[in-house]
Design a protein around this ligand. Structure first.
Ligand code: ATP
Ligand code: MG
Length: 426
């Protein structure tokens, strides 16, 4: 962004959001209480305050408590520098490539502590930009500047343990009440600075059931392509949060609506568009809704299954094009090729792609049930996942019904427990 443009957007923003004048919401006017904050987060906050620093609870923890939801984790922000935070906590690790953060470990729980940061064009030196995108962001700043560089107004609410008040710099409370997701500042430059904010908009809209404000929404389709500049490892982290956050189906539909899905899984989108029938869409919808159900029931979910499902049709398509090759061999060949291409977008780690491949290969191996001994497949470590995968193919309308029934019956005959045999035998 040119200097003039950045100054203009800052002035515009100041006028609209009165950044330097936070409204203070006193304790009686909000529902945040210490009993709703984890003990670990409280300990971090108190320890920083006692050491003479400022410290606030911010982000999803504050937002979710205000919405009477259970926070996923707690984020703390402070004027202590990461090295100073490390000196206070023994259980602290400094992490982060784009910016340095302190992770304070309490058993399984991690409290993330970020130093107040300014936007790249304010505060001290330390930000590295390229074509309007933030590459490195260690520009420390004041509390007000920290609020300005956050993504959405509802994510920029600060809880102050000194007087139990809430600081609202960007009308976050109003947006929270109205169920609106609104970017802080000028949307186009905020997306150019960090295109992942488009994915975050979709994720929060689905998770919170919020409407995306129209100024925040408008540039998304136009800027979707900017996701190609994001390191695939970062997109992998985002993809897990998008699809395994409990609202996977709705998120999938929103991502497609805003032309973002194609940036993450281009071959899958191509297959969705080119398929005349609904089978692939049905299949992915079934996979995602059953994943959502498992998450809400507190059951474990595996990323391998998700990636196997998302890439199944492109792999199968590629395999079918290998004329003259036996199908299993063609699937191996197609899996190599497709995964190589896919990890250039979303860096799915090998431990997940290995299992996804087994699920695909088992679809083929489970299909050959005549004239051979095949019950040993029941002992395959990925059999259960491959069988569930097969049932979802049945549910989506694919003609593999009798095959699925065969494997259901075989398991019942062997006394293997099946969750819902009536469904499986349908
Ligand atoms: P949850 O943890 O429930 O997914 P969250 O809002 O806490 O949601 P985090 O990724 O934990 O999300 O980030 C914590 C806070 O850091 C956010 O609420 C937001 O204020 C800020 N933040 C995170 N990512 C960005 C970003 N890409 N651009 C600007 N601010 C961000
Ligand atoms: Mg968080």
């Amino acid at each position: 962004m040119s200097h003039d443009a950045s100054v203009a957007s800052f002035i515009w923003c100041k006028r609209r959001y009165a950044i330097s004048q936070a409204s203070v919401i006193p304790r009686p006017e909000h529902n945040i209480s210490r009993s709703l904050i984890s003990e670990a987060a409280l300990r971090v906050l108190y320890r920083l305050l006692h050491a003479g620093y400022d410290a606030y609870l911010v982000g999803g923890g504050v937002r979710d408590i205000l919405l009477k939801r259970e926070p996923k984790d707690f984020d703390v922000t402070t004027n202590a520098r990461p090295e100073q935070v490390r000196q206070i906590f023994r259980n602290c690790r400094l992490v982060g490539r784009r910016f340095l953060l302190a992770h304070i470990h309490f058993g399984q729980e991690i409290v993330e502590v970020a130093t107040f940061r300014a936007s790249h064009n304010q505060g001290e030196k330390g930000g590295i930009m390229e074509d309007g995108r933030i590459l490195r962001d260690n520009v420390y700043g004041t509390l007000e500047q920290d609020a300005w560089r956050r993504d959405f107004t509802v994510n920029a609410l600060y809880y102050n343990l000194r007087d139990f008040s809430l600081l609202d710099f960007g009308n976050g409370i109003e947006d929270l009440r109205a169920g609106i997701l609104r970017l802080i500042g000028e949307p186009c430059s905020r997306y150019k600075e960090d295109p992942v904010r488009m994915l975050r908009a979709i994720r929060f809209a689905a998770k919170l059931d919020f409407k995306i404000d129209s100024d925040t929404e408008t540039p998304i389709k136009k800027f979707a392509y900017l996701l190609r500049e994001i390191p695939p490892a970062r997109l992998f982290d985002e993809v897990l949060k998008l699809f395994l956050g409990g609202k996977g189906l709705q998120t999938f539909e929103l991502l497609r609506h805003y032309d973002l899905f194609t940036e993450l899984f281009p071959r899958t989108e191509k297959a969705l568009v080119s398929q005349k029938n609904q089978i692939l869409f049905n299949f992915l919808s079934h996979v995602l809704s059953s994943t959502d159900e498992r998450i809400s029931a507190g059951k474990p979910v595996t990323p391998s299954f998700l990636f196997a499902a998302l890439l199944w049709e492109p792999v199968r398509y590629e395999a079918r094009r290998q004329s003259g090759m036996p199908m299993l061999e063609a699937l191996h060949f197609a899996a190599d090729h497709l995964l190589q291409e896919q990890i250039g977008r979303v860096a799915i780690p090998r431990r997940y792609t290995l299992q996804a491949r087994e699920i695909w290969f088992l679809q083929e191996r489970l299909a050959h049930i005549r004239g051979r001994r095949h019950s040993h497949l029941l002992d395959h470590p990925c059999f259960r996942a491959a069988y569930d995968f097969l049932l979802l193919r049945v549910a989506s309308g694919e003609d593999v019904h009798s095959l699925a029934s065969y494997w259901t019956q075989l398991q019942l005959d062997k006394g293997i427990f099946i969750d819902n045999p009536a469904f499986a035998l349908l």
